[in-house]
Design a binder for this molecule. Sequence first.
Ligand code: NAG
Ligand code: NAG
Ligand code: NAG
Ligand code: NAG
Ligand code: NAG
Ligand code: NAG
Length: 208
Amino acid sequence: MRSAPFAAVFLSLVTLATSQDVNLTTVKETFDDANIPANATITFEPSVLFELTFPQTSGAPVAVHAGIQLPRNATAGPPTFSVRDIKLSPIQPLVIAAVDLDAPTPQTPTRAQIRHFLGGNFFASDSGELLNSTAAVSEFRQPTPPAGSDPHRYVFLLFNQPRGFNEQTLVNATTSVQNFNISQFAADVGLGNPIGGTFILVGPDPTA
Ligand SMILES: *[C@@H]1O[C@H](CO)[C@@H](O)[C@H](O)[C@H]1NC(C)=O
Ligand SMILES: *[C@@H]1O[C@H](CO)[C@@H](O)[C@H](O)[C@H]1NC(C)=O
Ligand SMILES: *[C@@H]1O[C@H](CO)[C@@H](O)[C@H](O)[C@H]1NC(C)=O
Ligand SMILES: *[C@@H]1O[C@H](CO)[C@@H](O)[C@H](O)[C@H]1NC(C)=O
Ligand SMILES: *[C@@H]1O[C@H](CO)[C@@H](O)[C@H](O)[C@H]1NC(C)=O
Ligand SMILES: *[C@@H]1O[C@H](CO)[C@@H](O)[C@H](O)[C@H]1NC(C)=O
């Protein structure tokens, strides 16, 4: 079924400890193997290693590499973001978007994409952390695949922020998160192609 390629991606990575990505070639291949550019209708040629980290109520934060499966209860968030091995201009604002491509199930994604985060005005610090001081356009929503679903692909993308982004009126905190389309939104507000990205797989809570 449709979940087979994801399972393969997962198995090839599961032997690695949860950790950050090491190179862009691997990230791009992982996106391609999971059909993300095709399913999200994006051109994904990353130039930046984009890292996603989930804080935990107890214990160390979980830093993810592209394609890893996380238990839902590790994804409460909100996540933090950083870039590696590259110095981004500290005055270039950045936009981060996250979408679920597989709602309600990967086999029948009739509500996809679900918007799980949209925020602008992130700026790279010297250490590579992406820091924001303005409210997100659309606040982070924890992955919540329905009981019985195969794991969903939650894709996080980093864009250079175009002039005028803060004045966009297509999405606000009350805009429905369902049937979002990141490539359409990117075209409408002039985001261009993502400069980096990562994704996680999350299945339903075992108790769901
Ligand atoms: C990226 O990582 C892969 C897998 O570890 C390795 O085979 C490849 O040589 C690396 N490429 C670069 C440019 O570091
Ligand atoms: C994703 O793309 C693959 C390959 O083009 C296709 O078989 C599959 O139906 C697509 N899935 C979704 C959720 O769009
Ligand atoms: C998540 O749930 C598992 C059991 O399903 C448990 O072992 C683990 O400690 C929980 N983690 C968090 C962060 O709550
Ligand atoms: C900043 O980004 C986080 C996600 O990392 C988000 O939850 C938050 O609402 C944003 N804004 C502020 C002021 O923190
Ligand atoms: C938020 O966006 C919706 C359309 O998605 C629009 O109907 C509504 O008026 C907007 N709300 C505000 C406060 O701008
Ligand atoms: C999203 O928008 C793009 C560009 O308009 C379109 O090609 C694609 O089919 C749309 N995807 C979905 C899931 O509606």
